[in-house]
Structures are given as C-alpha cells and as structure tokens.
Ligand binder design. Structure first.
Ligand code: UN1
Length: 496
C-alpha cells in the first residue's frame, strides 16, 4: 500500500499525529489507492511557519526567475501528463480524456503564468506636479492558504499556486480530502522544478481539521477557496475580522439557451457535453437548458436519445463516456434531487436511477438524467446539484429565456445557441454571469481569461488570466519627487 506524506518546509513528512486516511477509487470502491496524512492544526502551524520563513527571500527572487521555475514545472507536467491523468481518473472518477484535459489545464496555466513573470506590468503616469514621477507596482500579499476542490484535482490547484508563486507569495495548499494525490503530484513537480524549501507546502486532511485552522492562522494573509457557496460563507466570515484577503469561487446553476434558429444538433452536443461531462460535477455544468417552444419537442427528443446512449462506467476504460460520482455522499445528493424533481412534478424523460447491477455495484454510478417541462422556480432548476441531472425548460422568446437564465442566485456561466447575431449580442450583454458562450457549451473556460462568477458564485475576485495577478498581489503606488523642494499635491497644482 503506497503511503504518502505532507510536504512541509521542503520535506515529505507524515502528520504529527501519525494518523492517515484511505484514498479510494470511486469506480471500484474496494480499491484503496494509498494512505494520506490525516493532518491536524499542528501540521498546519508547521506548514504556515515554513511558508512565513520562506516569504522574504522568495519575494526577493526576481519575478522572471520565479517564473522560470514555474516554466520548468510546466515542462515536467507535459512529460508526466499521461501518468498523472491515469492517477487522477482512479482517485476522482472522471474519464481519461477529461483527466488528460485537467492535467493539460495545469500545463497551460503553468506556461501562461511563467510568461506573466516578465509581464507584471504596473503603470507609469504623469504626475500632477513638475519634476515628480508617479508609478505603481505589484507586491506579494504574503502566505496564501489555498483550498481546492475534488472535481478539478490538478487544474484548480495550479490556478492558485502558479499565480501565487509568480507574484512572490508563499503557499500552503490543502487539497480536497477525496483527491489528495493529484495535488501532491503537482507539488512534487514544483519541488523537482526547484521551488526553494518552504515556498510551497501541502497538508492533506479534513476541512475542519486542516482547512479551518489554515484560514484562521494569523500568518495567512490571503485565502483562495473553490467549493460550495455554503462553505464560502464560512470562509468569508472567518476572514472578515482581520480583513484577510479572500478569493471565493463557489456554486453555479448554469444555463444553455437554445433559440428557434439554433443549429439543433450542435445545441444537443453542447447540452450533452455541458450536462454530463465530469458526470455533471463541474461548477460550470449546464444544469439548465432553456429551449424555444418551437424547437422544444425536437430538441428534447434528440437530447434524451443521446443521454440514454451514454456509456457509463469506469473512466479508465476507453469506451466510457461518463464516470462515477466522486462519493457515496454525492450519489445520495443526486438521488435526493431526483426525488425532489419528481415530487415537484417535473417530467422525468430519462435516467433517474442509481446504477447498481454487476460492476456498477462496486462504485458510485448514476444514470444521466433529464427532467422536462421544468418550472424555473422548482428546486431542481434553482439549486446546484453537482451531478448528471439536467432540467429542460420551455420558453417563448429571447427575453423570457434571459429572464429565466438570470433567475437564480448564481452567476457563473451561460450560453446561447442561435444563428442570429443580434440575439447573441443581446444575451451576451444581458446575462449576468462571469462567463458567456455563443454556440458553445457552458464549460471549457481557457486559462488566459478571467474565471469566476457574479452574485453568489463569487465575491468579485477572479482567478486565471491577468485577473489572477490582481487576486494574488497588492498594489503599491510610488511618487518620486526630484524637484528638491516642497511640492504640495492638490494645493500647489493650480499654481502650475
Ligand atoms: C470547475 O468546474 O470548478 O470551464 C472549473 C470549465 C473548466 C473549469 C471548471 N475549464 O469547465
């Protein structure tokens, strides 16, 4: 049985208590993939102390040099992509093509952020006064506490670690309990690429035992959290008393709008990919499809045919199109929402059952599920399910589609399928989401544009793209007066 360790101050060490927990395969639950440290507050303290000690010297390494290490990490990820993807499918369940995509996203983010090492532009502006220079530059924030989810086990850790590093911060990462291995692989690559000791630390274990003490630690100056809106509230509350920076990326209830002039087969492709990719366990998943009434019957027919035909199974088997749920808990949540949908009177057109025959009994599988004729006020159309359950909602026109689309508490991603450029532009303007797609599904954001959402999806910060630099750095404005005399801004300005 492989035994894995925390990474603290450049050493691989067990939890101080020696306790471990099992990392199991959600497709074959009897299979234990490895033992990981069941860490506690004492491990968090050691990791944060190491990160705090490393901060000064790391922040003084020129940003292009820091970025070279990130670049080397990217190259190592390229070489080990297949190995990491297979391990990811085993610990998380999603199919191999998707875990390759997840590792690729980490590669892309690493290359992108490596480039940002040479591009952390500030501003130089004319001063209001003579013989005075004005400019701004970025500063690191300090020790970052990074708390990452299980659905993108390597990509999302990379979204946080890479910008944190190029901006000169040090970090302690606490990966999701269900997917420690992929985060550990990323940290190992950073170690091999030459990140100095203490700069990146990894502590595995539960949210209450590791995440909470990490958020509360006074030396942690920035928390970046991806997960549920419920836990996001808690993170925000914990950070408020000390005004600790906190970046939150939370739930979604994303929508695809299908207009009467849409290329219907393309829209069906998008709904299948967005609804059932990653078994619906994405914050960007297309869990609602709002369809113009004139094409509604045809869309529904085609969509349910495709969903019924999806091959569900172990993600390592090449023919599999949809893997298991991450855990029994997640599977129960999905079953509960199916019950809620039925009770609310939505029409179940396909799926709706846990899969438990034969090989399926060994894991946490659920059928791709579609509810039709859904009222947008129903709970299945309002709440994030994080599973393979899609609500199809009829609409009369673009205005009502947009109103339905916006009628949820979340604001992450939305999409429209139409051939009408005016409709596309109107929806682009009016959908209150952080990400918007035209003739493409709600998933598949790229690393060099801001990622995040409005309303209860986020708290105004973004990750990825240049926006990540704003999340992981502080601004300093600098004025250099070389006039050799007292110049009073605002007061002397007029006399100029
Ligand atoms: C998530 O579901 O938490 O845009 C992130 C996408 C992926 C990232 C999803 N690139 O669907």
């Amino acid at each position: 049985m492989p035994v894995f360790h925390n990474f603290i101050d450049g050493e691989w060490v067990p939890a101080a208590s020696g306790a471990t927990y099992e990392n199991r395969n959600p497709a074959l639950h009897q299979q234990v993939l490895g033992l990981f440290p069941r860490s506690g507050p004492e491990d968090v303290d050691r990791a944060v102390d190491a990160a705090a000690r490393a901060l000064k010297s790391w922040s003084l390494v020129p940003a292009p040099r820091r970025a070279e290490i990130v670049f080397r990490a990217a190259e190592m990820l390229v070489r080990r992509k297949e190995e990491f993807a297979r391990q990811m499918t085993q610990e998380m369940g999603k199919i191999l093509t998707e875990t390759r995509g997840d590792a690729q996203e980490a590669i892309d983010m690493s290359y992108y952020m490596a480039g940002e090492g040479r591009r952390q532009f500030g501003q130089t502006v004319p001063s209001e006064l003579r013989n005075k220079f004005a400019m701004s530059m970025r500063m690191p924030v300090g020790v970052c506490g990074l708390i990452t989810p299980w659905n993108f086990p390597m990509a999302i850790p990379s979204w946080k670690i890479m910008p944190a590093l190029v901006c000169g911060n040090t970090a302690v990462i606490k990966p999701a309990t269900d997917t420690p291995h992929s985060a550990l692989n990323l940290v190992k690559v950073l170690e091999d690429a030459g990140v100095p000791r203490g700069v990146v630390n990894l502590v595995t274990g539960a949210g209450t035992a590791v995440g909470l003490p990490l958020i509360r630690h006074k030396e942690v100056k920035l928390v970046s959290f991806t997960g549920s809106t419920e836990v996001g509230h808690e993170v925000a509350r914990e950070c408020a008393p000390s005004f600790k920076h906190h970046h939150l990326e939370m739930g979604g209830k994303n929508v695809i709008i299908v207009m009467d002039d849409a290329r219907l087969d393309l829209a069906v492709d998008g709904a299948v990919w967005g609804g059932f990719g990653t078994s619906g366990q994405r914050c960007t998943a297309a869990s609602r499809v709002v369809v113009h009434k004139t094409v509604y019957p045809e869309f529904l027919e085609k969509f349910s045919c495709r969903a019924k035909a999806l091959r569900v199974g172990n993600g390592l088997v090449p023919s599999t199109e949809m893997g298991p749920m991450i855990s029994d808990n997640q599977l129960r949540t999905v079953e509960e929402y199916v019950r809620i949908g039925r009770d609310e009177g939505a029409r179940l057109v396909c799926g709706g059952r846990r899969l438990s025959d034969g090989e399926y009994a060994k894991g946490f599988f659920h059928e791709p599920t579609i509810f039709a004729d859904v009222d947008p006020r129903m709970r299945i159309a309002q709440e994030e399910i994080f599973g393979p359950v899609v609500s199809v909602i009829p609409c009369d026109d673009l205005e009502s589609a947009i109103e339905i689309g916006n009628g949820v508490v979340y604001g992450l991603s939305s999409a429209i399928y139409t051939q009408n450029i005016n409709a596309a532009f109107q929806a682009m303007r009016d959908m209150n989401t952080g990400i918007f797609y035209v003739n493409a599904s709600t998933i598949g954001a790229e690393v060099h544009l801001p990622f995040g959402g409005t309303k209860q999806t986020g708290n105004g910060h973004r990750e990825a793209g240049q926006a990540a630099l704003d999340t992981f750095s502080e601004w300093k404005s600098i004025y250099i007066d070389y006039s050799g005399k007292l110049q009073r801004a605002q007061i002397d300005t007029e006399a100029m």
